[in-house]
Design a protein around this ligand. Structure first.
Ligand SMILES: Cc1cc2nc3c(=O)[nH]c(=O)nc-3n(C[C@H](O)[C@H](O)[C@H](O)COP(=O)(O)OP(=O)(O)OC[C@H]3O[C@@H](n4cnc5c(N)ncnc54)[C@H](O)[C@@H]3O)c2cc1C
Length: 426
């Protein structure tokens, strides 16, 4: 122990890596970031890796390198428990590290371990459906897609894919898959797009429930123009090897089945005694992101359930909200540490600023609403919405790399885009 404040951050996704980088650069505390993966990826890009229209290796940020450049320590490992009285977390680590688990002591613990799709216990989903909640799962989907495609490139067979969940993930994945299949037609199978049967299933009355109705209608129209069958008001009652059963008794045949509906907290949070949790398992936090029953534990991003410090409305589980919480925490905790305050000092309440909701349908279309408070509630369509969607990611990347490296990386990506094949099958 150094006598300095020990801050442990678990989960280096959209929120966690921004907090670690910012506090590490500040240099006023000993910051350790732990993640079960060795590299960070921007989760809202996972569907493009799954479809093969973007390459993950160009977009990954190596945690060890990021830690070395920004003054924090990286510890690989998966959270398996928290001892609140001893103030330490337990991580399962690879056997290669010589022991099955290690402990990290903390004065302040920041949990940012994200969320997973929620199958609500629907029979057959766990056994027969793929999810796209992390890079490993996106790559598994891509391998399966490739297997199905290769079997049909020079045969007359149908390629059947069904996605459950009409939120941004499901809608964006459907469009990205259609885009990938159109591109693949040029690889010697011109009728492949006609042999694709792609179905998007949503239990609610419309797609994109978090967006204004005009965006839902436009998205449904674009998807149906692309020959994606959109089934709204359709509740899935079960999945099996050959497809989905719906509550109204109909069947949807699908060789590839994706579950992209609902959000729930990772199961490990249920093992932590004494903390307040929401119905879907997220840790309930107060306005300053501290858990309601333990001020030494904070949670942010998708694994936290928070009411806005000003409006009292639930803060949404989006990348935009996760980034804002991370920036709020890093700024105010950084200032408190600069003043020499203890890590458990009260922080100002967090207020979420809706900067607009953007959805991007591959190269086909995009829509967005600009935030009421920031841009007067304007609308984005087509190319401008798609570019704004990309800009959210680039802001994140520039924040992590710094302006020079971030801009060079962006430029290199654009150059790479010009010379690489538009879709990969390797
Ligand atoms: C396909 C897809 C498209 C999306 N599109 C959009 C969009 O367009 N706009 C938008 O705002 N949001 C979008 N989202 C949602 C957005 O990605 C999340 O809201 C955001 O990533 C949440 O950030 P986070 O930091 O809470 O969690 P994450 O970014 O998920 O990071 C969690 C981190 O915790 C690590 N972790 C998990 N469990 C453990 C453990 N037990 N031990 C150690 N580490 C662990 C993970 O490896 C990961 O690095 C999309 C999501 C998906 C899946």
């Amino acid at each position: 122990m150094t006598g300095r404040t020990q801050i442990a951050i678990i989960g280096g996704g959209v929120a966690g890596i921004e907090v670690a980088t910012s506090l590490g650069r500040g240099g006023k505390a000993d910051v350790t970031l732990a993640d079960r993966s060795l590299s960070h990826v921007w989760k809202p890009m996972l569907h493009t890796f799954a479809a093969g229209t973007a390459r993950a290796d160009r977009q990954k940020i190596d945690f060890f390198a990021q830690a070395r450049r920004n003054g924090f320590r990286f510890q690989p490992g998966s959270l398996i428990g928290i001892d609140r009285s001893a103030r330490c977390v337990r991580l399962a680590v690879e056997a290669a590290q010589g022991r099955p688990e290690i402990e990290i002591a903390y004065d302040l613990l920041v949990l940012a371990i994200g969320s997973r799709a929620n199958d609500f216990g629907t029979p057959g989903v766990a056994e027969h459906c793929l999810t796209i909640d992390d890079l490993t799962e996106a790559e598994r989907f891509h391998r399966q897609l490739r297997r199905h495609l290769l079997a049909r490139l020079d045969s007359a067979g149908m390629l059947t894919i069904a996605i459950v969940g009409g939120g941004a993930t499901g809608v964006e994945l459907a469009a990205e898959l259609k885009h990938a299949i159109d591109l693949l037609a040029a690889y010697g199978s011109p009728d492949l797009p006609q042999r694709l049967r792609l179905t998007l299933i949503e239990s609610g009355p419309r797609l994109l429930p978090a967006f204004p109705e005009r965006v839902s209608r436009a998205a449904a129209r674009t998807l149906s123009d692309l020959a994606v069958e959109v089934r709204t008001g359709a509740t899935v009652t079960g999945a099996d090897a050959s497809g989905f059963s719906l509550k109204d008794g109909t069947r949807i045949a699908a060789g590839l089945k994706v579950w992209a509906a609902g959000v729930k907290a990772p199961d490990v949070l249920a093992t932590v005694d004494g903390l307040e949790r929401s119905r879907t398992g997220q840790l309930v936090v107060g306005p300053d992101l501290r858990t309601t029953r333990d001020p030494a534990i904070l949670a942010l991003g998708d694994c936290a359930s928070q009411l806005d410090g000003k409006t009292g409305k639930p803060v949404p589980a989006t990348a935009q909200a996760a980034r804002q919480q991370a920036q709020h925490l890093a700024r105010h905790l950084g200032r408190a540490l600069d003043r020499g305050d203890t890590a458990t000092v009260a922080l100002p309440p967090f207020h979420y600023v809706e900067k607009g909701a953007i959805v991007s349908l591959a190269d086909f279309n995009g829509w967005g609403t600009l935030g009421r408070y920031t841009f007067g509630g304007g609308r984005l369509n087509g190319l401008s919405a798609r570019l704004t969607h990309d800009l959210l990611y680039r802001q994140h990347q520039i924040g992590l790399y710094g302006p020079l490296r971030g801009t060079v990386t962006w430029l290199l990506d654009d150059l790479d885009h010009m010379i690489s094949p538009p879709v990969r099958l390797d």
